[in-house]
Ligand binder design. Sequence first.
Ligand code: NIG
Ligand code: FE
Length: 389
Amino acid sequence: MSGSLLVDNIGELVTNGLGEGPLGIRRDAAVLVEDGRVAWVGAAAYAPAADRRVDAGGAAVLPGFVDSHAHLVFAGDRAAEFAARMAGQPYTGGGIRTTVGATRAASDDDLRATVRRLRGEALRQGTTTMEIKSGYGLTVADEARSLRIAAETSTETTFLGAHVVPAEYADRPDDYVGLVCGPMLAAAAPHAKWIDVFCERGAFDVDHARAILACGQAVGLGVRLHANQLGPGPGVQLGVELGAASVDHCTHLSDADVDALAGAHTTTVATLLPGAEFSTRSPYPDARRLLDAGVTVALATDCNPGSSYTSSMPFCIALAVREMRMTPAEAVRAATAGGARALRRDDVGVLTPGARADLVVLDAPSYLHLAYRPGVPLIRKVLLNGVPQ
Ligand code: NIG
Ligand code: FE
């Protein structure tokens, strides 16, 4: 769609740029969109003329959510595993192999349909940028096709061949690491922007993780990491050492981990995934401790069939506020600008001139309602790249 579009009559505009408070709020505002970009932001009374107009009706407008951590390429579901957890079973990550079996058996079209369904679900809940990982194929061909399918839907694609050691390599993990670093990476890299490793007891130890991430960096992939989810460990500090864009989960952190993330030269974001703690009935990460130390925090869904089968950023915002002692403003910032930092993107997560025109109009007068009215569908309208959805 060409021509200019004015989003007008905005009661509360979250810019994450210049404006009031940490969210850069402007009141009685308007946003001019041209060629898919924000061309102008200012007072509605001074809004320039445009070819078309969206009337926000006095409601709140925010940058679209940036979900920087999701596993959408899979088949099957693990509802029974969820029910068992709610009856007292612990989460171990062992169910990943169940999904690997189902994913390998699925057709390309089945996988594609699942990715599109979940991406659509997320978009309707205000997510305008969504990272998508592989990691349920774990063969050269299945990881490559997972990423090929993911890349049809997102530019933020992540190779997670090192999710777990698949059953056929259970007694020779070194050989699996060799496969991941060799032929699997070669087949995956053309479709991937990032590389990720599940660095955890029972998955990949720190030496394997370092080796795999270094191979990915050598072919130009950016680094991100699943770290310190199920227990304390070296993952967070490995991520900081390698200059990872993000270390994700961060549920069990030592003081040294927090210090490393808060370091003056650290550019690594701590991405918190409260849907996982909700769905595994685990203690939530201590977001307050990270924020008070000055760490950049992102919120993401971790959407996957095992530990967090939600595609809803508003749900994660509400959890972060209620369960992780984030203020509503901190949670909204983490779900927008924080996610953008975790993906090293400057063009999303903000509504300032030059940014992508990815925005949501709420069915509410303030961003506060995202946490204040949990579970309520508050996303009235979404603009993606300037195009009303
Ligand atoms: O981020 N922790 C590793 N991977 C996923 C869970 C995958 C699964 O249980 O299928 C996560 O929580
Ligand atoms: Fe994950």
